[in-house]
Design a protein around this ligand. Structure first.
Ligand code: ADP
Length: 251
């Protein structure tokens, strides 16, 4: 049964661009789509297609120029920062860069938000952080500082940190793009296991094989527009010429 958790209704996002004259870039151009609870939603496309902007609209890091974004049953299009706070706490976000605190161990990084945002006791936060680090396979690295960890391990700490907030939605914006190729697999494995556990996940990814394997829905974006949308089989059977071209470049 469908259970919408994220809805875009005719969403447009424009940016003013630098340079002479009043230049406007339309990063997202009239996108309407629905993501159901438990869905793994893959977003693919060339650089500059509008993928990041689309994901950032989900936790209101960007606000639409027009149209409506509904998340977890609330219209967040022009919701105040204060009212957004409880919704944002239910949305974890993983970026290309890991953004860990360099002066804190893996454990301390994961404990930080449960203590300071959710006001949990240190003991409860520590137990939670241990469990989340074990969940991402880093039970033996908890006392390491980010500089002592590989990129793949740092990204897994970032995922554990997001999971410690018990999110209902996880957003991934090219989580493996900054990693050496041999470290990509360990991060994808953690994402695979999250998907199996039923987490709602929105993933901008260059890993087309991964998208085909785990995604319930895939969209191909170009020029801010959703050019093609469907199940993972659209990768093997693209219909739009622009999507066919893209796949020929990346596969
Ligand atoms: P992608 O994630 O597919 O690479 P983005 O969503 O980052 O694409 O960008 C889509 C378009 O919007 C690009 O042309 C980009 O230059 C523009 N854009 C994105 N963010 C901004 C911004 N903060 N200011 C101006 N232009 C932006």
């Amino acid at each position: 049964m469908s259970d919408p958790i994220i809805t875009f209704d005719h969403v447009v996002k424009e940016f003013k661009t630098r340079g002479r004259g009043a230049n406007i870039a339309r990063a997202v151009d009239d996108v309407s789509l629905t993501i159901d609870r438990g869905d793994i939603f893959g977003i693919i496309g060339y650089s500059g297609a509008g993928k990041s902007t689309l994901v950032r609209l989900i936790n209101a890091l960007e606000r639409p120029t027009s149209g409506t974004v509904t998340v977890l049953g609330t219209d967040i299009t022009s919701l105040s920062e204060t009212k957004l706070r409880p919704i944002r706490q239910k949305i974890g976000m993983i970026f290309q860069q890991f953004n860990l605190f360099p002066h804190m161990t893996a454990l301390e990084n994961v404990m930080e938000a449960p203590i300071h945002v959710q006001h949990q006791s240190k003991k409860a936060a520590r137990d939670l952080a241990v469990a989340e680090l074990q969940r991402v396979g880093l039970g033996d690295r908890m006392d390491y500082y980010p500089s002592q960890l590989s990129g793949g391990q740092q990204q897994r700490v970032a995922i554990a940190r997001a999971l410690a907030m018990k999110p209902e939605i996880m957003l991934f914006d090219e989580p493996t793009s900054a990693l050496d190729p041999e470290l990509v697999g360990e991060v994808l494995n953690v994402m695979r296991s999250l998907a199996k556990e039923g987490m709602t996940m929105v993933c901008v990814t260059h890993e087309i094989g991964f998208a085909r394997e785990v995604a319930d829905q895939i969209v191909f974006m170009d020029g801010g527009v959703v050019v093609e949308k469907g199940g993972p089989d659209i990768i093997d059977h693209p219909t739009e010429p622009r999507f066919k071209d893209f796949l020929q470049h990346v596969l």
